[in-house]
Design a protein around this ligand. Structure first.
Ligand code: MGD
Ligand code: MGD
Ligand code: SF4
Ligand code: MO
Length: 719
């Protein structure tokens, strides 16, 4: 007789979301029977969640390898020091929190609330964002909360607001399966939003009549498979977009009824675009005139055009104008509010969208509200039980304004969380100098070592996606519950819980009486009632039960009627006072810092498929390090020849602000006169290969988003 088999419990499966990009792929974490002390990559197997509506089981290399980074080089305990040149010492949470509370109170009495600043991140969960807004904008009375989204999608926000009267990407991923023409401008989707790109490519391969147009100064992996690649000179997007509009009007390919009934501003716009004649545009953009005609023809002939864009558009001194010029083409042709069409900004970070919902920029308030709107402030004051006038009517400091504030000694406390500005800010030399002046910086992150720690007085260990539960919203407005699947490492605490504890210790016990992130979420959604991003029909329990839900999701419609939620503006009623969308009329101004004799190249910066930003996770994953072992600079072979540069040579790159060194990669993928470096190598991961040593902080006047995509540089062989 055989021995009875031991019973084996089925493996524990937790549903969550990939914490990297804004595609927002659903993940399933399968806990194996490996012993508890085993490496996390052996204990937790990651696979795509087939039930997730956005990703349908797909993941890219970043999502697939994420478990390897969870436990490496973690910051496990609060640390403190009196001066930036002193050593950190480990302290208790109580000691760290008391120091923070004392400092806040001292700054409030000596300098006032506007000397307090928090710089957060699209990698917060929505609950973290919400509590930070309640603490800073509500209880403390300063709007000095900004996030790395300022460097990322604030131009998309201001473009949508200007054109439609409210933020909110109107499209959904299903549009990728239904479009006749995908117009991808300033986005390397194949590397940066790979699962969105794969989804479109399936449709593209199956239907030869479907077109892909890519507008990018580089022949990226996205451009490689395009039907038409327009390798425009950096900063000439508005020339191109106005040039396409010019041809559509000339050919009578506009929808006059739509323009008449659903838009304003057409007269001024049609005036502006008159000068954008094809020869002029082709010359300014540095493209073939036939290619310009072909692009306009695809717009004219395709029943459904879907535009997608990201940083090549947003990170510009004309970012807002560029966004509006994309939307203009959709208004001209009535390509909005219907399946397979529309202007679709791709959000970079996993929860940049949640940040917008929670009001996580210095000009916003929760529930798609604005600081500048007195009714919005008063609604929130009532909701939070605060006295009238408590929320400041002053727009807070944006990311770069915080640097300027440090330079002017106007900042008494800077709290940085879930972002690594000592690598990702523009003009790093100036940034670092300003950070060194800070009288009191709190840095709340997951990993150690990390570049920004060098500028902190207090380090607070935060939990990350694997060990905290909360929600994130992806590019298509789909909200997913990220469920914890292991206990926090060391003494790490959830970001929202840290902010709430500081709030209680400052005397706002009743405002921060939350036990769980589910309670935080249920308060937050109430504030979205009847707003464009109404999520009153969503709760943690429903998300756990039903899976991801797309907004708008009002309470009356708790199942989240997907047909209703999929696309905004199906009724062509926009959020402007007259319910009409607005044309934006802009002339192209080119890049802020043009090439000249002394600095003859335009440098652009961006991303690679495997790495994530400043490498805090991906630099610790073997497979990804092998994919992208070192930094490099892309140079056109003819440009390289002029400077005697051979492949692999170390090249010194100088701008008006600083210098870096990169091994040369000679490639015809980049236009002559343009150079490209990846943004991923900060001081910890390579010597002197910081992209942002070179960039400048000049920003779009509306969105305040810096032009990280273009600065003038000179090159020479490094000695
Ligand atoms: N693998 C990976 N994926 C990511 C990230 C990552 O770090 N790694 N980060 C995420 C985040 S936060 C973001 S914001 C997104 C960014 O996603 P993308 O915007 O796709 O990425 P980038 O490489 O920054 O820039 C896109 C392209 O803009 C082009 N460009 C430069 N100047 C111009 C211009 O003047 N006009 C036009 N039309 N194009 C120009 C560049 O050549 C580049 O190919 O990616 C997200 N996904
Ligand atoms: N030259 C150049 N510069 C750029 C860009 C560019 O294209 N070119 N792009 C800009 C853009 S679009 C972006 S989005 C930024 C990105 O720049 P950063 O925000 O600096 O990039 P990350 O490396 O993603 O930093 C996120 C940090 O959050 C931590 N973290 C992760 N999860 C959590 C959490 O739950 N809680 C806490 N407290 N911490 C957490 C990670 O460990 C990491 O240190 O860079 C900007 N800078
Ligand atoms: S596409 Fe983005 S969300 Fe999806 S697995 Fe890759 S990094 Fe994660
Ligand atoms: Mo971003």
């Amino acid at each position: 007789m055989s021995a009875p088999r031991p019973s084996i419990d089925p493996p524990k499966i937790t549903k969550t979301l990939c914490p990297y990009c804004g595609v927002g792929c659903g993940l399933e974490i399968v806990e194996t029977v490996a012993p508890p002390h085993a490496n996390f990559a052996d204990r937790f197997k990651v696979r795509g969640d087939r039930a997730h509506p956005s990703s349908q089981g797909m993941v890219c290399v970043k999502g697939a390898t994420i478990a390897e980074s969870i436990q490496k080089d973690r910051l496990l305990h609060p640390m403190m020091r009196d001066r930036l040149d002193a050593e950190f010492r480990q302290v208790s949470w109580n000691e760290a929190l008391e120091a923070i509370v004392d400092r806040i109170q001292q700054v409030l009495t000596t300098k006032g609330a506007d000397a307090l600043c928090m710089y957060g991140s699209g990698q917060f969960q929505t609950e973290d964002y919400y509590i930070a807004q309640k603490l800073f904008k509500g209880c403390l009375g300063t709007n000095n909360f900004d996030a790395n989204s300022r460097l990322c999608m604030s131009s998309a926000v201001s473009g949508y607001v200007k054109s439609f009267g409210a933020d909110g990407p109107p499209c959904c991923y299903e549009d990728l399966d239904m479009t006749d023409c995908l117009f991808a401008i300033g986005t390397n989707t194949a590397e940066c939003h790979p699962i969105i790109f794969n989804r479109f490519r399936r449709h593209h391969k199956k239907n030869p009549q479907v077109k892909l147009v890519v507008v990018d100064p580089r022949r990226t992996q996205t451009a490689e498979v395009a039907d038409l690649h327009l390798a425009i000179q950096p900063g000439t997007d508005i020339d191109l977009l106005n040039g396409i509009a010019h041809l559509l009007v000339l050919w009578g390919k506009c929808d006059r009824d739509f323009i008449e009934n659903h838009t304003t501003g057409f007269a001024e716009f049609s005036d502006i675009i008159q000068i954008y004649e094809p020869e002029f545009v082709a010359r300014r953009c540095g493209i073939n005139i036939d290619d310009l005609y072909l692009a306009a023809k695809y717009w004219a002939d395709s029943p459904r055009v879907l535009s997608i864009w990201s940083m090549g558009v947003n990170q510009s001194t004309q970012g807002t104008a560029k966004v509006q010029c994309i939307i203009n083409l959709h208004l001209l042709t009535a390509q909005i509010g219907k399946a397979g069409s529309g202007p679709f900004s791709l959000t970079g970070q996993p929860n940049a969208m949640g940040g917008r919902e929670a009001g996580g920029l210095a000009n916003l308030l929760p529930g798609y509200r604005f600081v500048a709107n007195p009714e919005h402030r008063s609604e929130l004051e009532k909701f939070w039980g605060l006295p009238s006038g408590q929320i400041s009517d002053r727009i807070g400091r944006t990311a770069w304004d915080m640097i300027c504030g440090l330079e002017a000694d106007e900042v008494g406390l800077l709290w940085i969380a879930a972002t690594n500005p000592a690598v990702s800010f523009p003009d790093l030399e100036r940034t670092k100098k300003a950070l060194r002046r800070s009288p009191f910086t709190i840095y709340q992150d997951v990993y150690d070592p990390i570049e920004t720690s060098n500028y902190a007085h207090i380090l607070l260990p935060a939990t990350q996606w694997s060990e905290k539960t909360g929600t994130m919203t992806n590019s298509e407005r789909c909200v997913t519950l990220c469920q914890a699947f292991h206990p926090p490492l060391g003494e790490a605490r959830d970001d929202w819980a840290i902010f709430a504890e500081v709030g209680r210790r400052l005397g706002f016990a009743d405002k921060f009486d939350f036990q769980t992130s589910a309670e935080v979420h249920s308060e937050f959604v109430q504030i979205t009632r009847d707003r464009p991003c109404d999520m009153t029909g969503i709760s943690h329990a429903k998300l756990a039960d039903m899976g991801a839900i797309q907004w708008q999701a009002p309470e009356q419609n708790p199942e989240g009627d997907r047909l209703h939620n999929k696309r905004l503006y199906g009724d062509l009623q926009f959020h402007t006072p007259d319910r009409k969308a607005r044309f934006g009329a802009y002339h192209a101004q080119g890049v802020f810092e043009a090439a000249d004799e002394q600095f003859p190249f335009i440098l652009t910066t961006g991303r690679l498929y495997g790495h994530w930003h400043t490498q805090t996770r991906t630099g610790r994953i073997d497979k990804i390090r092998q994919m992208h072992p070192h930094p490099f600079i892309e140079i056109h072979p003819q440009d390289a020849e002029k400077f005697n540069i051979n492949a692999g040579d170390l090249v010194e790159v100088r701008s008006r602000r600083g210098a870096s060194k990169f091994p040369a990669m000679l490639t015809e993928r980049i236009s002559r006169g343009v150079l490209f470096v990846p943004m991923h190598w900060g001081a910890l991961w390579a010597e002197n290969a910081e992209a942002n040593a070179l960039t400048h902080a000049e920003a779009d006047p509306d969105s305040k988003q810096p032009e990280l995509k273009a600065c003038a540089v000179a090159i020479s062989l490094a000695r």
